[in-house]
Design a protein around this ligand. Sequence first.
Ligand SMILES: Nc1ncnc2c1ncn2[C@@H]1O[C@H](COP(=O)(O)OP(=O)(O)OP(=O)(O)O)[C@@H](O)[C@H]1O
Ligand SMILES: N[C@@H](CCO)C(=O)O
Length: 288
Amino acid sequence: MRAVHVRVPASTANLGSGFDALGIALGLYDEVTVEAADAGLDIKVQGEGAGQVPLDEDHLLVRAIRSVEGTPDGLIVRCRNVIPHSRGLGSSAAAVVAGVAAGYALAGRTLDDRALQLAAEFEGHADNAAASLYGGLVLAWSEDKSYRAVRLEPHADLHAMVFIPATESSTKTTRGLLPAQVPHVDAAFAAGRAALAVHAVTTAPDLLMPATEDRLHQGYREPAWPDTIRGVEALRAAGFPATVSGAGPTVFTLVSGDREVPPTVDLTGFAAHRLEIDRDGVQVRPIG
Ligand SMILES: Nc1ncnc2c1ncn2[C@@H]1O[C@H](COP(=O)(O)OP(=O)(O)OP(=O)(O)O)[C@@H](O)[C@H]1O
Ligand SMILES: N[C@@H](CCO)C(=O)O
């Protein structure tokens, strides 16, 4: 294949209780075309990250393409980015998954388990990458340095609301706020709630409030985005199972049916978007 179009979904990670393990793919998409060339790299970026991301071999998506064996030496890359960067919506994982998927197609290969391994190695955890790769709800884990994930079907009644602030937050920085150890009681709490979250998202949305309670990361990261925690608490007080999306600062909640967030919930400073859950994952099609 000489040229491909890739559409890759955003994602939210953690769902509160499932730190580094749970992810959901969201109906917000970056699109990329990648064409083989004899030599060199010609890359252009429109939308999110334009003027900020490098336009050379350091570009994340290019690095991801290069991580796949058998890809062409020369590349012409065009990115149309919609997923906001550094907001907790999995932009970096989406770029890596798009690159790996394009690389596989250009190398004449079908996506397999190794694609998740390649993508997750860039992030150091597989929650966002698995969601962008497979769609739906993912449960990701690692065995030594081997990343694995299962895809589960979210309940049909659910959609997502995201509340995106103008401020950015780097995943690397907020991971630095996490302690090396947590109390046993918090670890036990997290294990139960994360297991419950899988049941709640797939089968029993009425259990999402207890299922999304977190003790492992959101509180420790609060100094990075106090307004985000205020937004999460305001939504939870109104009965919405809100969490911090990924490493923040976006606020995320799942919503059942046609329920709407009332205007009395104070989310000043956040742009609200209703998103479908993406159920397909990354999509690749040949061009020409
Ligand atoms: N489409 C893209 N193309 C190139 N680089 C990107 C792209 N998307 C993200 N990046 C890089 O990744 C960085 C953001 O990664 P980071 O992990 O901090 O946030 P995120 O992926 O948006 O959020 P989270 O991991 O919390 O869901 C950007 O500053 C940029 O360097
Ligand atoms: N699980 C990750 C997601 C962000 O990449 C975190 O919270 O740091």
